[in-house]
Design a protein around this ligand. Sequence first.
Ligand code: CTP
Length: 394
Amino acid sequence: MLKNKTIILGITGGIAAYKAADLASKLTQAGAKVEVIMTEAAMKFITPLTLRNITHRPVVTDMFELASEWSVEHVALAEAADAIIVAPATANTIARLAAGIADDMLGTVVLATKAPVVIAPAMNDLMYSNKVTQENITKLKARGFSFIEPGYGRLASGKMGKGRLPDTPEIIAAIEAALGQKKDLSGKHVVVTAGGTREPIDPVRHIGNRSSGKMGYALAEAARDRGAKVTLISANVSLDAPADVTLVKAPTALEMKKEVEKAVKKSDVLIMAAAVADYQMEIAAGNKIKKESGKNLTLNLVKTPDILGEVKGNFIKVGFAAESENLVANAKKKLTGKKLDLIIANDITKTDSGFDADTNRVVIIDKKGKTEELPLMSKREVADKILDKVKGLL
Ligand code: CTP
């Protein structure tokens, strides 16, 4: 897969920079054309000469260097790339990339490229777990960058911690995964709903639920990465808006219904990952409800419309079923009741799947009743599995 591929290897200034030589060597041996870009700090740890001798290519170190093959048209390098790998990526480089700073060659190329970018962070464990670094990583992930988790082990400080550059085979596997990113949904329009609706009780309170929106956002990002045009109809979440996705806010069930009906008119797929409230106030109070001592409060609730059950049109309909018992049987009832093509059943009794978790354990059930039970995996991996099925139905 790496043969004849142009891989840009960005090396930044951390102690693990020396390991980038091994990566460059393995990539070159696999037949890739490796273009190395080193930041100024990287050159304090390893010399460009080493990389040049390994890759048999000039090493780019300075955007304004006249002798460099790429110096004039530095953006040409961004265009030539099949994939970019930044290894090791320091906290500083991650922050710079997250901010879109382009005052050196690596920043410029990453900002200008349309190729997939893979980042392999390596740093002190405290710097890695720092909120700022984590926020920068989240921001870049939302823009479609892939990250390889640093390994646990002895760090440069002598302490044990999470911050080691992963081994070369793991980095190469991530590059191959990025290169293999299927564009099998290009030309398709996918509508995804996400998050939990909030039905107002009065101006202060609402009926809500525990949905974080992570599954729906992962689906939107995965569909985007596979080339689809994506409309993400989002209820209440505290997640960053994914890049290159049309984001529509729909905080209540009624607003979501309106937005879904509008969006599906030109869509090929609707995936309802949102947790829509089943009930809303018959009439929400205009003013804050005051407590009255010694008295119970009764709220008069009425059903919300069943968006998925009622929406009509010529598109693939995918629903979710969050269940705490009889997972498959309950999900099958929803599949037939709502006339769905697929239903994704998830067991919400476990802490590592369902609400707010980054991982999920689901069963995918199709119209014919065929079930596929998936092991625990990240929500992004689950998203791709669902899209594989959707692709087969299109
Ligand atoms: N859904 C919907 N409109 C609603 C409620 C749910 O479109 N008013 C969608 C959800 O987005 C999800 C699927 O329907 O894709 C879930 O089906 P549903 O039977 O409503 O699930 P629950 O609300 O969990 O049902 P129950 O509480 O009976 O288990």
